[in-house]
Design a protein around this ligand. Structure first.
Ligand SMILES: Nc1ncnc2c1ncn2[C@@H]1O[C@H](COP(=O)(O)OP(=O)(O)OP(=O)(O)O)[C@@H](O)[C@H]1O
Ligand SMILES: O=C(O)C1=C[C@@H](O)[C@@H](O)[C@H](O)C1
Ligand SMILES: [Mg+2]
Length: 160
């Protein structure tokens, strides 16, 4: 969370002149309520079901840059779906993550003690991100534009 998937994803799509899509936004549009409200009203398991369906639909139907929610990778079927695709893992350190999103209530999993929560989530998820990623791009001390360029370089892609 906070690595810049949405910010960098949009920049990359502009650079490549392809559409951008974000499964978090898809879920909000389908449900007609914010992610934090889905977590609070219906619970995380319900959100994860929606997310699994949203990711499947987007991976199958979308041609362009796709940003996934930070926890999508926890789902076995999602990881299988991503195998073989040019998946980018945008990494960052805890201090920078908390600076970026720690006090932002839109991220329900970081609502209480964001630094500790972020570390615990990342310790569980890092191996999964690494497993599916074709490339890993560090985002600390880089602007979103620099991160986008590093992604293009790592995937050996050129601007449109
Ligand atoms: N390279 C960067 N340097 C500094 N700030 C950044 C960088 N990338 C993103 N940000 C800022 O960090 C915040 C989180 O970025 P963003 O929403 O793109 O992350 P995300 O990975 O999509 O998060 P989530 O998993 O919650 O959807 C935003 O305020 C954004 O402007
Ligand atoms: O890391 C996570 O588990 C999440 C990240 C966001 O993208 C949203 O999908 C939601 O807030 C959960
Ligand atoms: Mg996002």
């Amino acid at each position: 969370m906070g690595s810049g998937k949405s910010t960098v994803g949009e920049l990359l799509a502009q650079r490549l002149d392809v559409p951008y899509r974000d499964t978090d936004a898809d879920i909000v549009a389908v449900e007609g309520r914010e992610i934090a409200d889905i977590f609070i009203d219906a619970g995380e398991p319900y959100f994860r079901e929606l997310e699994r369906a949203a990711v499947r639909e987007a991976v199958v139907g979308h041609r362009g840059v796709l940003a996934l929610g930070g926890g999508a990778i926890l789902d076995d079927a999602t990881r299988e779906l991503l195998a073989g695709l040019p998946v980018v893992y945008l990494s960052l350190e805890a201090e920078e993550a908390v600076r970026r999103v720690g006090l932002n209530q839109a991220r329900p999993l970081l609502a209480v003690n964001p630094r500790r929560q972020w570390r615990e989530l990342m310790d569980a998820r890092r191996p999964l991100y690494t497993e599916v990623a074709r490339v890993v791009v560090a985002t600390d001390e880089r602007t979103p534009e620099e991160v986008a360029q590093a992604v293009l370089d790592a995937l050996e892609l050129k601007d449109a």
